[in-house]
Design a binder for this molecule. Structure first.
Ligand SMILES: NC(=O)c1ccc[n+]([C@@H]2O[C@H](COP(=O)([O-])OP(=O)(O)OC[C@H]3O[C@@H](n4cnc5c(N)ncnc54)[C@H](O)[C@@H]3O)[C@@H](O)[C@H]2O)c1
Length: 332
């Protein structure tokens, strides 16, 4: 799709990957970027810079994908051409609350697809996940790696992939699904119950404690910067391929031990890493994605290396914390 002058709706656009995608879309010559989000996890502050652009707005009638009349009205009234769909409950939430996960990730995704068909949307770019693969049988994982998932989050993403394909054949819905590896970067949630491993390690360092690793630290992941994930979304929308799923990763393997060492190095903090027995919370291990198909077919390559990406994250945390502190002081 040629993005010039086109009008986009970003479902879940106030969250981590969605808000970065909004920023990158606004760097293109697009006509409109409408954010549709219920703000359960997304934050207005993620959109602070985007909303200074007159082409960008939040749909303020509502923003829940379970409210199908409002969802349809948002697409229809704004003459939307292309939709990005990021809204979902996250891995650990799905583990604890499978019924809610089913509603948001499966029924919600069905609602978005149905609204896309009803409103003759030209193209949908949807967030699947590397979780569909489960633990690696081969490494790096190519897109034809079997569905080896065992958790409910992955199950909702596998359901989404199957639904997308069926809507393509039944209604001609053109879509691309992106299977992100382990995403990190500025605006990542670091408060509350559902935070990712890098944030847990940085929290420990901030408290003056050693980072904790569950297991022996040999588990390896493909950490991909959120700005690169946003770029993959723009590539997916600009491309003409359809009915395809792509890995979004770097192809590089980093063990948790290497990750903790890098964080200690970058923060200049000197403490021995602490190893504790693995708990139930570790739902996936060893996941490295092969990046070749995305490069060849949608022209996406991740450019931010782990060191650079972690520096950006650490700087953002520091500036974000001081802003939050300043706001708290001015309220007192
Ligand atoms: N972050 C990762 O490591 C990762 C990895 C693989 C796949 N993904 C997938 O990528 C997508 C985006 O992930 P993220 O990290 O940006 O998540 P996020 O939680 O930061 O963003 C999701 C957004 O959707 C919104 N939302 C939730 N339920 C909604 C509903 N019912 N209606 C409307 N909006 C709703 C939230 O408020 C939030 O702004 C998700 O589908 C996720 O499953 C993320």
């Amino acid at each position: 799709m040629d993005l010039r002058g086109k009008r986009f709706m970003v479902v879940g656009g106030a969250g981590l990957i969605g808000s970065h995608t909004v920023d990158q879309l606004l760097n293109e010559d697009v006509g409109k970027v409408l954010i549709y989000d219920n703000f359960t996890r997304g934050r207005e502050e993620n959109l602070a810079s985007a909303l200074t652009d007159p082409r960008c707005s939040v749909y303020d009638v509502g923003g829940d994908i379970l409210q199908t009349d409002i969802l349809n009205a948002a697409m229809k009234d704004n003459a939307i051409d292309g939709v990005f769909h990021f809204a979902a409950l996250w891995l650990l939430q799905c583990h604890e609350f499978p019924r809610s996960a089913f509603n948001t990730n499966v029924i919600g995704t069905f609602n978005v697809m149905e609204a896309c068909v009803a409103n003759k949307i030209e193209r949908l770019v949807w967030s699947s996940s590397a979780s569909v693969y489960g633990d690696a049988i081969t490494e790096p994982m190519k897109e034809d790696h079997p569905y080896n998932n065992k958790n409910f989050y992955g199950a909702t993403k596998i359901a989404g992939e199957a639904m997308m394909r069926s809507f393509h054949y039944r209604y001609g819905l053109d879509y691309v699904g992106l299977r992100y590896m382990n995403v990190y970067g500025p605006r990542q949630d670091y408060h509350g119950a559902y935070i990712a491993v890098i944030m847990k390690m940085l929290d420990a360092i901030d408290r003056g404690e050693a980072p904790i690793i569950m297991g022996d630290g040999s588990e390896a992941f493909d950490f991909v910067a959120v700005e690169d994930c946003a770029k993959a979304n723009v590539c997916g929308m600009s491309s003409n391929v359809t009915d395809k799923f792509y890995n979004v990763g770097t192809g590089h393997r980093t063990t948790l031990k290497e990750l903790a060492e890098k964080l200690l190095n970058l923060t200049g903090f000197n403490k021995e890493i602490q190893y504790v027995p693995r708990s139930q919370a570790t739902l996936v291990k060893n996941r490295i994605g092969c990046p070749k198909k995305a490069k060849k077919e949608i022209g996406f390559t991740a450019n931010i290396d782990l060191e650079e990406g972690l520096k950006r994250l650490i700087d953002w945390r520091a500036s974000h914390e001081s802003e939050v502190e300043a706001r708290k002081r001015s309220v007192k």
